[in-house]
Design a protein around this ligand. Structure first.
Ligand code: HEM
Length: 454
């Protein structure tokens, strides 16, 4: 099939629209051009980029052999941050090997080991909340999820190295979400080290400091035994040829896990708190489920049906990553009976798949109940993507989301500080509530709190 550019605006204009108002751009396109639609959103000389939201098409894309696609076309921008050994920059056998080494550390059974740390960190962070205090969800949720990643994934205990890494990483991540700073990653000619005060020079020096801390942690950890954190599991993991990860591979995986796993979960938690507090009946149902449950056991919390439905519905209505990894066609492929030629970029669109009227009644409404009696297929509901590039943090982040939410809502009553509706805005690789949805007021300390005594 000859792919038509259905959107006739200049490529640069389309790219800027997608960057500045991603959800609005996607909604406008599907309304105007239908599904699938073709746009040019990869800069001045963008190839055709085709967005799909039909479950049958998504199923076919996920099941096509990986060799037919080049996955690096869009992910190469992460190279300076994550390193060229990062899982997201691997393809074919090398990607399979990395995934095989990393998956066991994130397997469902291992979650039990992480539950107590998650509850403990949340309890510590919310300890200074008092009735009347105004909290910023952006700050509080990022603080909780960054500490969880550092302790659970890196296995670093609080202390001077922990504080230093925490400080350096949070300021680096804060910077890379700013539009002017993130443009450095999209335009390689701007990547020039003109000294410590130049933007790229500053980035390189900060990365160097972080790397030194990570490498000394890896060195120290190689001398220790019997640890259960994810870094230790990755160090001892062997692929089918008996090979272990090198220090450079470990560094690149750690930084990737951190960048992909911390802001995403913080954004999901911010949406969950905003959405539940915008829907009084949902909040009442959730509070009543939590009040009737002994929260001493993380396993019991994560099995609660309404809490689970609230988290699922949050990620349906505002999936943090709007799209799956874009793939460039290397060999002509057939999708839903149509043929797509070499050079075309194929994008399974999570956001639009989650808003299809054919799949979800009242798709714009936050209705956790829809998950209580119905199981959606992995091509209709895919907040973590799917196929060979699917997210490795699915079980971990769902577990984390439920425990953090339950701990907060069992301890405090909150209300939104601003009654204006929040809308989705881009922050780095995620979409978060706009400013009006990010401030909450602590109204009371709950009486029924039965969080684990740790
Ligand atoms: C609510 C939280 C999260 C959401 C919504 C999310 C979503 C996603 C999505 C949509 C993708 C792309 C999948 C695809 O192309 O099909 C992805 C990839 C990935 N995510 Fe997550 N993620 C979350 C948390 C995490 C966590 C906690 C980790 C690890 C600590 C993680 C690690 C990864 C990795 C390593 C990949 C790349 C996989 C590959 O290329 O094979 N994510 N995630």
């Amino acid at each position: 099939m000859q792919v038509n550019f259905q959107n006739k605006n200049p490529a640069l204009w389309q790219t800027l629209q997608l960057i500045s108002q991603p959800t609005k751009f996607l909604e406008n396109c599907i309304e105007r051009y239908g599904d699938p639609f073709t746009v040019r959103v990869l800069g001045l000389n963008s190839p055709p980029v085709v967005f799909f939201s039909d479950p049958q098409a998504i199923k076919e894309i996920f099941t096509l052999p990986g060799e037919k696609f080049d996955f690096k076309k869009a992910t190469h921008v992460f190279k300076p941050l994550m390193g060229d050994k990062s899982i997201i920059l691997q393809e074919g056998r090398s990607h399979q090997r990395q995934k095989q080494l990393m998956m066991p550390a994130f397997h469902g059974d291992r979650m039990k080991t992480y539950g107590e740390i998650i509850c403990q960190i949340t309890t510590e962070v919310i300890q200074n909340w008092t009735p009347g205090k105004v909290i910023s969800l952006q700050q509080e949720m990022s603080n909780i999820t960054l500490q969880i990643i550092l302790q659970v994934v890196f296995g670093i205990s609080p202390g001077s190295r922990y504080n230093k890494i925490k400080e350096l990483l949070s300021s680096l991540l804060d910077d890379v979400t700013k539009p002017w700073y993130s443009s450095l990653f999209f335009f390689p000619p701007l990547q020039k080290d003109l000294g410590a005060w130049s933007p790229w020079g500053q980035f390189l020096r900060r990365r160097q400091e972080i790397d030194e801390l990570i490498y000394s942690e890896i060195y120290q950890r190689r001398q220790e035994q019997f640890r259960t954190d994810i870094l230790s599991l990755l160090m001892s993991a062997q692929d089918e040829d008996g090979q272990q990860m090198t220090d450079v591979e470990l560094r690149d995986q750690l930084v990737s896990l951190l960048l992909l796993g911390y802001e995403t979960t913080a954004a999901a938690l911010s949406w969950a708190l905003y959405l539940t507090h915008s829907a009084p009946q949902v909040l009442a149902n959730l509070s009543s489920e939590l009040a009737q449950t002994s929260l001493e056991n993380p396993e019991k919390i994560t099995a609660l049906p309404y809490l689970t439905a609230v988290c699922q519905e949050t990620l349906r209505i505002y999936p943090i990553g709007l799209i799956c990894t874009p793939r460039m066609v290397k060999e002509t492929v057939q999708i839903n009976g149509e043929s797509f030629g070499i050079g075309t970029i194929i994008v399974p669109c999570i956001y639009l798949a989650h808003r299809r009227r054919e799949t979800y009644s009242q798709p714009d409404k936050f209705l956790p109940e829809r998950f209580l009696n119905h199981r959606f297929s992995p091509y209709e509901y895919l907040p973590f993507g799917g196929g060979i590039r699917g997210c490795i943090g699915v079980a971990f982040s769902m577990y984390e989301m439920k425990l953090v939410l339950a701990t907060i809502l069992s301890n405090f009553e909150l209300t939104l500080a601003d009654s204006r509706l929040a809308h989705p805005v881009r922050r780095g690789i995620t979409i978060v509530p706009s400013a009006s949805g990010m401030k909450m007021i602590v109204t009371a300390q709950r009486q029924f709190a039965k969080v684990p005594v740790l």
